[in-house]
Design a protein around this ligand. Structure first.
Ligand SMILES: *Cc1c(COP(=O)(O)O)cnc(C)c1O
Length: 366
């Protein structure tokens, strides 16, 4: 039977490789889910804020009703925290969906170009292939974004420019002065997407919201998946000047974010204490991991968010061996970094397990 012919941009796509789910790994290795330490997807080991959990429970009573598609209560609260108005805020089913909106709204198949750094978050390039837009990787500088390299490639046909700071999987951030100079010289024409999924984890973050206020062609991406611990609910947002936000709004489905996600995000926003605790746990865990890696003479890229990239020799082998012991990390072969893994910061107990398991898996030093 002759099958319908799919769009090759879709059928030839190599899908995103997510961190392995706990239930899968538990089943495969005959472990209890509670024995698994998932250090693979930069999630919050403390879980969601208790206030967010209560809001989710309350919202389930109304699960028969469609959510407020425009998410006005949450957009108002987000706008208030940033000193903006709600017409600057676009909600997404994760901030990943805002990336997709940018492609929908600002690219045409086969035309123009999209720029992102080598070893940047995989979704930028994945979406370029899905939308059939030529994608150009800007070579990195020792796992840092090379903004001079970006500037040199900013010709007329560039539609979207993606910067991630802190970047995933490398964990490096763009220095504020460099980023500010780049934004101030950014030409008219392309859209700059500044992905700040880990914004809450970095000290002295850049004044990215002020660039939105100044009306620059910037979309700032934030998420509730990381510091807020709401990854399962899929909710994030973009901040942009109202004309840009309005176009992004048109590219979304009418009910793209769920009611439980909206109320959880709203409650989470108000729980600054939970954010503070999460950042403190992360800072301590990351310092400890850096010290451990130094002590074992391992090459690593000092992290600025809640994960660290480490060179271990054979990343896949170390990933599989750790998994057998109930520890899930992220191998980075799909990022063309087969000798590296990425380790998310977990609880002190989880980090202690990792410290015990990892040295036994490494090639002996000469
Ligand atoms: C985790 C992450 C996101 C957020 O994804 P969500 O869709 O909001 O869960 C966005 N960008 C980067 C770089 C990330 O690491």
């Amino acid at each position: 039977m002759k099958l319908p012919v799919p769009n090759p941009h879709v059928s030839d796509l190599r899908p995103y490789e997510p961190g392995r789910p706990i239930t899968d790994v538990a089943r495969e290795h005959g472990l209890q889910p509670s024995q698994i330490a998932k250090l693979a997807s930069n999630e919050n080991p403390l879980g969601p804020s208790p206030r967010a959990l209560q809001a989710i429970r309350d919202s389930l009573e109304h699960a028969h009703l469609y959510p407020d598609g425009a998410g006005i209560a949450l957009r108002e609260a987000i706008a208030r925290t940033h000193g903006l108005t709600p017409d600057h805020v676009v909600l997404g089913c994760g901030s990943n969906e805002i990336i997709e909106f940018c492609y929908h709204a600002y690219t045409h198949p086969g035309q123009g170009r999209v720029l992102a750094s080598a070893y940047a978050f995989a979704v930028y390039g994945l979406m370029a292939r899905l939308f059939a837009v030529p994608f150009e990787e800007v070579p990195d500088r020792n796992f840092h974004h090379d903004l001079a390299g970006f500037a040199a490639r900013l010709r007329d046909d560039v539609r979207l420019v993606f910067l991630a700071s802190p970047n995933n999987p490398t964990g490096t951030r763009i220095p504020n002065a460099e980023l500010t100079a780049f934004v101030e010289k950014f030409p008219a024409g392309p859209l700059l997407i500044l992905d700040e999924a880990y914004h809450e984890f970095i000290p002295e973050p850049p004044p990215s919201v002020s660039w939105v206020k100044e009306g620059r062609p910037v979309v700032v991406l934030r998420t509730f998946s990381k510091v807020q611990g709401l990854a399962a609910l899929r909710i994030g947002y973009g901040l942009a000047r109202p004309e840009i936000a309005a176009v992004l709004q048109k590219s979304r489905q009418p009910f793209n974010t769920s009611a439980p996600a909206q109320v959880a995000a709203l409650a989470g926003l108000a729980d600054t204490d939970h954010v503070r605790k999460t950042v403190a746990l992360t800072d301590a865990g990351r310092d400890r991991l850096h010290a451990f890696l130094k002590q074992h003479d391992l090459r690593f890229i000092p992290g600025t968010a809640n994960y660290v990239m480490v060179e271990v020799g054979d990343g896949d082998a170390v990933f599989h061996a750790l998994q057998k012991q109930g520890i899930i990390v992220r191998p980075l072969r799909s990022y063309r970094l087969p000798t590296w893994i990425r380790i998310s910061i977990g609880t002190p107990e989880q980090m202690a397990r990792l410290e015990k398991a990892l040295p036994q898996l490494l090639p002996a030093k000469k």
